[in-house]
Design a protein around this ligand. Sequence first.
Ligand code: ZN
Length: 267
Amino acid sequence: MKPPESVAGGRPVGRISRRASKALREPFSNQWRDLLSTRLDWWSNLSEAEQRHMEDLIRIFLAEKTMEGVIGYTPDEEVRLLIAAQACLLILGLDYRFYDDVSAIVVSPGLVVQRGSRRLDGGVVSDDHPALAGQAMLHGPVLLVWDRVANDARHPERGHNVVFHEFAHKIDMRNGAADGVPPLSSSLAERWGEHMPAMLAKLRAGSPMPFDAYAATNPAEFLAVVTEAFFVLPRELAGAEPDLYSLLRDFYQQDPYARARDALSDV
Ligand SMILES: [Zn+2]
């Protein structure tokens, strides 16, 4: 018997595994809620409904994806939770199936030095050579370096987030090799086709932008880096490049800048 069509936080997520259904029947622990709100600066900006939806996505993610350490290292519960939460933020407004191709997450405690040749055909997207902070493989795992993940979460003001970056690559790979064009609706595809190449050209021409110049590497890296900025420094991105911000907002179907602004006005 197939598992039932399931919902998370009242929103459809499509079919999920029996393991995930079982995980959803367990309550989300208060200890996990405390960890999320103390370690992730954006967590408390989410509405109640968004937090409940995230809690469901996190449990499904942890039940369905394998997360393991490199030899001699085992990611503990906190590591697993914080990686899952950051990965799930990107699909808060999207279909959970965007992560169907995420088979496993491999976590290394420190920087990984890569040996040998590397492919750059969009099937493997490695960052920070020769010492890797992360890597996303088409039809393969995501590699993350915990030191970097923890540091990025501690210092959001620096505008980097390796989890958002690598999972943006996986979203990009949802329709094939990483090319900077994820699956898009026809109306969004038109705007994307006009705007993204123009922004990349502007960056390459030397225009200052509120994100890392690594974005100029190629269209895939552009998407991954602007995704980091969209979620980590939404005010800066919306202020400097409002068209790019609104395109990403319409793609990800969430508005981190509005959330941060609302949270501030609630204080
Ligand atoms: Zn990258």
